[in-house]
Design a protein around this ligand. Sequence first.
Ligand code: NDP
Length: 318
Amino acid sequence: MPTPNEVRDTVILGSGCSGLTAAIYAARSNLKPLVLEGHEPGGQLAITTLVENFPGWPEGIQGPELIENMKKQAVRFGAELRMAHLTRVDLATQPFSLGIGKETIHTRSLIIASGASARWLGLPSEQALIGFGVSSCATCDGFFASGKEIAVIGGGDSAMEEALFLTRFATKVTLIHRSDHFRASHIMLERAMAHPKIELLRNTVVEEALGVEEKELKGIHLLNKKTGQRWTLPVSFMFLGIGHTPNARAFHGQLDLDAEGYIQTQDNVFVTLQGQRIAGVYACGDVQDRRYRQAITAAGTGCMAALEVERYLEEQGR
Ligand code: NDP
């Protein structure tokens, strides 16, 4: 616990792959980083099952176990982890102030690794089946859909990309979109529509995911909003491709965000305000990456952010 007048060398917001990688590097530089774990401790990996594309795990590793290992590694070198999330932030004056409820923490540098949260439909049955046939990450879980009939929800580029990617594994992909207007780029939509394994359902919404008791997705109840027709589609997997929300709202007005709310960065991790870099503040992982969104890329930018903190503090004579 920091004492009231203490100024930390660095605070890391978020305990997903990027935040914990930053913590490992900062801790190994003896900066005793404080990691505020945030609303979703462990980030998106904590709600994934088997991760097969993180280098070094030839047989794969469960997402929660990978995160737990990273936490242990960070703590072993002196990182302090706290179950808390940011309620206020002031980046206008040094040291920066961070509010956690009534408490204020002062820090010379800040690494923002608050991630992005996948959007879900919000059905209780969907939430109960996450990891048991319901997923928001085709790259992570697509392999498990091998030989199965599956559904992909969404009408943007993510849904098209997921549907096309999943045709490598699934025998049939039903792409379900709630309207007949698509946000997806023309080329992606055409590609998806032309694929022999993909069937497109428009104006259709998922009303329920089936299989909660069995802990295994058995199918989805659908409603065609135009015709009023209801039916059950027997699928073993449902992938959500309805977008992500970057967890950057607290920085609105203090940092440059793009139209979707992602933190804009220069050279991967340098944040800006009106185009000018803010010394001592860095962003890494999915809160600033709308393109790759992979565990390994989050780890990579987490490492970069910590190295920049080290450089910055050294320049300040710390
Ligand atoms: P988008 O916001 O573009 O699309 C989200 C889609 O999900 C929309 O079709 C939306 O429907 C639907 N949706 C949202 N909420 C719900 C809900 N509750 N129930 C049902 N459907 C819902 O997000 P994407 O992730 O697809 O794309 C984000 C950005 O990333 C875009 O700029 C995209 O171009 C880019 N991207 C680029 C890729 C590439 O170039 N290869 C790959 C992936 C993304 P509605 O339209 O009715 O609101």
